[in-house]
Design a protein around this ligand. Structure first.
Ligand code: SF4
Ligand code: SF4
Length: 351
């Protein structure tokens, strides 16, 4: 978990995005007409998870089976503060996005479709919003972070209290999924590439189409940047992970790459009980209490591990903590222990 550095304001100027030739499909299947055919189509088109937090459309379709979908949330938001993925998709091709949206809304025949976007992206999204207005409710938000997390977005859109919106009949689809699906439908191509944003201090942000499965180092070279020995963080400085460009591969959910000089290791000090982590947590849990519990051998005595399961791993508590405590990483560790049954949850036999 990395915190502390942003590369410019969230409304950075989008560069021109060169066109890409997607790999062709040998036997393009017919347009899907129901959920089963949609699952087959998505698999044949190689369309996987394209948002670091939203589950893939294929997984959601398979897990809802015949259940009724009450709402479709289409999101142009990014979980990564510096990312402008919604604006990038709209700039690439609004018609392809609409083709994907129309197929999804037709197959799930939900009574309501909501398109959530951030106001700061409004200029780039305008052509898409104009076309989408007659198809869905438009929901402008003032901040994409952490509203882009499916659990938080579902709470804003539908008052959903569950950590899994699908349990309450809400399907969540990101704009890139709509774009790649639409492109595949209109042109019979595989979803072989995805846009990746590249950030480096002192250099204006770049956007390149990266081939899925290719080397991350090649993506940097494609953008005219040599990563050298700099630290490379994939998918956001708050929530991302350090990767080695020489060995890491592009996957379908790789949204951003950031390069910067390796920071000095931080030296945490004791909690000063300022309460900032509690105030900032979007799911209203107490990171300081969980951290204190995790530092004890018996872990759970001082805190409810269910709280750890509610954490959406947004990284805000770590970012804001003046004592530089690794709160989110610690809570993630507790979550893993709960998932692997190393910590018992009182009164819940299912965990
Ligand atoms: S990472 Fe921290 S702020 Fe974010 S949800 Fe988890 S506990 Fe709350
Ligand atoms: S923000 Fe850090 S110092 Fe402040 S209460 Fe939370 S853990 Fe303690």
């Amino acid at each position: 978990m990395i915190g502390g550095i942003y590369f410019g304001p969230p409304g950075w100027h989008l560069p021109d995005i060169p066109p890409v030739t997607m790999d062709p499909r040998r036997d393009p299947p017919p347009h899907p007409a129901d959920r089963t055919q949609l699952c087959d189509y998505l698999a044949a088109a190689d369309l996987g998870q394209t948002h670091p937090q939203f589950p893939s459309l294929a997984n959601q379709t398979a897990s809802v089976s015949g259940r009724k979908i009450k709402k479709i949330m289409i999101s142009a938001l990014s979980i990564i503060p510096e990312s402008r993925i919604g604006a990038i998709c709209a700039k690439i091709n609004p018609a392809e996005i609409l083709a994907g949206m129309d197929l999804i809304t037709g197959i799930f025949s939900s009574p309501t479709t909501v398109l959530a976007y951030e106001r700061i992206d409004q200029r780039e999204l305008r052509p898409l919003l104009k076309l989408a207005r007659s198809r869905c409710r438009l929901l402008p938000l003032v901040s994409r972070y952490p509203a882009a997390h499916p659990a938080i977005l579902a709470r804003i859109v539908a008052g959903c209290r569950s950590a899994d919106p699908l349990e309450e009949g809400i399907l969540t689809v990101d704009l890139l999924t709509c774009l790649l699906l639409g492109r595949s439908l209109l042109h019979g191509t595989l979803c072989s590439h995805r846009p990746v944003q590249i950030f480096m201090a002192g250099v204006s942000p770049r956007v390149v189409w990266a081939k899925i499965g290719s080397s991350v180092r090649d993506v940097f070279l494609q953008a005219g940047i040599d990563p050298g020995a700099m630290q490379c963080i994939a998918n956001g400085l708050l929530t991302g992970r350090e990767i080695d460009p020489a060995t890491a591969k592009v996957d379908s959910a790789l949204e951003t790459l950031a390069l910067h000089l390796r920071p000095e290791p931080e030296t945490p000090v004791d909690c000063i009980r300022c309460g900032w982590c509690v105030q900032t947590c979007p799911v209203a849990i107490n990171p300081a209490a969980l951290y204190a519990a995790q530092c004890l051998h018996d872990g759970v005595a001082q805190a409810n591990p269910r709280d750890a399961m509610a954490c959406i791993d947004c990284g805000l508590c770590t970012y804001i903590c003046p004592s530089r405590l690794p709160l989110a990483a610690c809570i993630e560790d507790m979550r893993n222990r709960v998932e692997f049954n190393l910590v018992s949850v009182a009164g819940d036999s299912s965990v």
